[in-house]
Design a protein around this ligand. Structure first.
Ligand code: PEP
Length: 251
């Protein structure tokens, strides 16, 4: 089955409202002719509404970097799904290695958020991936399996088919050390087989699996050329419109 490529930019804790508007305008212009790739930008919460206005009528979709699973109430500092909906958000990154590492994100929490995002008709981008010591210990597949089983607990096949997974080896995130296309393909193929075991081959074949970790214009083509690599989750290179374009439309 041919899956549409999806390239998402994770701006992390970068860009003021004004800077976000400027970057979103540049990205929308750079990729305006693109039809065969789904392009998503994920600004910080404070810029979501302003960026949604910039993206109106463009072919760039809006994503958020997280959400809280409760609907409303005394959860100081958190953002609900209806708040994201009111900013026209369509994608939500969940389980990124930074919140896992710094803010106590767990598979159990991600699982609750996945359900909230799906119930709202939005698309979760579920991040998984191993630490360097886990790769060196040969436990990459086991780590990804535990994360995926935890994040998809009690998620139906019909709902799972609407999700996106980002395989992001933690040692490659923001380090300039990119996985080889073969390393990425091996893990992506493993993840797809796992999804087929958990659900069925049809469901597994529908789930887009992005690679994330120092993807840049000069390595994107080879990575995206691999059979099970269906896109990219981009950090650093998503902050410069020309570089992001160079990944969406690799030369
Ligand atoms: C990320 O944070 O998801 C990421 C892949 O970052 P970078 O592209 O900078 O490695």
């Amino acid at each position: 089955m041919s899956r549409k490529v999806i390239i998402a930019g994770n701006w992390k804790m970068n860009k003021t409202v004004e800077e976000s508007i400027a970057l979103a305008q540049d990205v929308a212009k750079e990729v305006s002719s693109v039809q065969d790739v789904t392009v998503v930008v994920c600004p910080p919460y404070t810029s979501l509404y302003a960026v949604s206005q910039v993206l109106k009528g463009s072919n760039v979709k809006l994503g958020a970097q997280d959400v809280y699973f409760e609907t409303a109430g005394a959860y100081t500092g958190k953002i609900s799904i209806s708040m994201l909906q009111s900013c026209n958000v369509e994608y939500v990154i969940l389980g990124h290695s930074e919140p896992r590492q710094f803010f106590g994100e767990t598979d159990e929490l991600v699982n609750k958020k996945v359900k909230v995002v799906l119930a709202a008709g939005m698309t979760p981008i579920i991040c998984v991936g191993e630490l360097l010591e886990e790769r060196e210990a040969g436990t990459t597949e086991k780590v990804c399996e535990t994360q995926i089983r935890g994040c998809y607990a009690d998620v139906s096949a019909a709902d799972a088919a609407k999700t996106v997974i980002a395989y992001e080896p933690v040692w490659a995130i923001g380090t300039g050390k990119v996985a080889t296309p073969e390393q990425a393909q091996d893990v992506h193929a493993y993840i797809r087989k796992l999804l087929a075991d958990m659900y069925d081959t049809d469901t597994a074949s529908k789930i887009q699996i992005q690679y994330g970790g120092s993807m840049k214009p000069d390595n994107a083509k080879e990575l995206l050329g691999k059979e099970d690599v269906d896109g990219g989750l981009i950090g650093g290179a998503s902050l410069v419109a020309e570089q992001f374009k160079g990944i969406v439309i690799p030369a």
